[in-house]
Design a protein around this ligand. Structure first.
Ligand code: BGC
Length: 381
């Protein structure tokens, strides 16, 4: 398989700078190594002698789960940046349980939080808490995932989710040289994210929109026939869920020696499931596999040649951007947004700040992840 340098994607990366551009100050904390899986009430604290500008106001930060690496990093970055800015922080993880997240957010409102920052488990499950926030004039920032079906969402900060999918789709297009494929055909499968996460559709569509023309022409064959988002989705984004589906597909459609050329996975937790399934159920080779997040296990797999690429979304810069927005809201200033059209939540179009995702692979991970202090070299051993 030809390993071509990916000009479009690399130029995207260069335009965006080496680090996911977000307009923040770059943040100051490294990636957390804590991948502990018990979701507990994290921290409610008073940071004592801070001299920064937050004036001791309390900010509620609601995160979906500790089970997936990125949310541990997001929570830790938000907490330390908010504290450094002089805020008290009520950080909670909800164990992927929507009822738990609902009551945690209600508690944040009752305990006097001035702003809420919420990364939802399920975009439309927090309606009651959001109504309550609105009644109490508490602004809400949707963090990374859009809060759906509510007019109580003040702002949204995320990465350009459609662009994530485009980067993945273009990678497959270039690696297989689909533009010049002629009569050649290639086999591909798709694995997408959680249907309750509004981002999942954006990732999938971004990738599918690049590859659809080749599927229509017959250059790309989806041997399982599963091409619709609902067929390829992965509830909870679970590695085990993605692995089971991949095992089924491999044993049903590829056990006879049919070659698999690419597996388009929307993120790293699902890519890991596919990689686990391939290790035990395929011929020892790994097809092109895409991902997103540069999780530690997946970065190791990229270095080992088991995963082809990922998309780096520097959680430090997203946290910095959100802390900046919190300050702007509380000071009555104009709030930084760069997109007022894309993210309609079925009730309103939410003013958004989109950070830029960056292509990552075994060639540039050192620069992106180690030189920037995101991971230490030891974490990737
Ligand atoms: C995030 C991705 C992440 C996924 C699973 C999405 O909402 O944008 O970065 O991989 O959730 O945690």
């Amino acid at each position: 398989m030809k390993k071509k340098i990916l000009s479009v994607v690399l130029s995207l990366a260069l335009v965006g700078g080496l680090f996911a551009g977000c307009g923040g100050n770059g943040g100051s904390t490294g990636g957390s190594t804590d991948t502990g899986s018990t979701d507990t009430q994290a921290t409610t604290s008073d940071d004592g002698g801070s001299t920064a500008s937050g004036g001791g106001k309390k900010v509620g930060v609601s995160m979906p789960t500790k089970d997936l690496q990125r949310w541990n990093q997001d929570g830790a970055n938000m907490e330390s940046e908010l504290k450094a800015a002089g805020y008290d922080v009520d950080l909670q993880y909800a164990a992927n349980d929507t009822q738990q997240q609902l009551s945690q957010v209600e508690n944040m409102i009752n305990s006097g939080c001035s702003v809420l920052v919420i990364a939802a488990i399920e975009g439309s499950s927090l309606g009651e808490a959001l109504d309550m926030a609105k009644e109490n004039n508490i602004p809400v920032i949707a963090y990374d995932r859009l809060l759906m079906d509510s007019d109580a969402v003040s702002y949204y900060a995320t990465f350009d989710n459609y662009m994530v999918g485009t980067i993945q789709g273009k990678y497959v297009e270039e690696q297989l040289d689909l533009k010049n494929a002629g009569d050649k055909t290639y086999n591909i499968e798709f694995t997408a994210g959680d249907p309750g996460d509004n981002n999942a559709g954006f990732f999938f569509n971004g990738a599918y929109d690049v590859l659809k023309t080749y599927i229509d022409k017959g250059t790309l064959k989806v041997v399982s026939g599963q091409t619709k988002f609902e067929d390829v989705a992965t509830p909870t984004w679970g590695t085990d869920v993605a692995q089971k589906r991949a095992e089924n597909i491999l044993s049903t459609y590829y056990a006879d020696g049919t070659e698999l050329d690419a597996w388009l996975c929307s993120n790293d937790s699902t890519a890991l499931g596919v990689e686990n399934a391939l290790a035990a159920n395929y011929n020892g080779k790994y097809p092109i596999i895409t991902g997103q997040d540069c999780d530690i296990e997946n970065t190791k797999n990229m270095i080992a040649g088991k995963q082809s690429m990922s998309v780096f979304k520097d959680t430090r810069t997203l946290a910095s951007q959100v802390v900046k927005m919190v300050g702007q809201i509380l000071n009555g200033e104009d709030v930084d947004v760069n997109d007022t059209e894309t993210y309609n939540n079925n009730k309103i179009t939410v003013p958004s700040y989109l950070c830029e995702p960056v292509f990552a692979d075994a060639n540039n991970y050192k620069e992106l992840l180690i030189d920037s202090g995101y991971y230490t070299e030891d974490q990737l051993k």
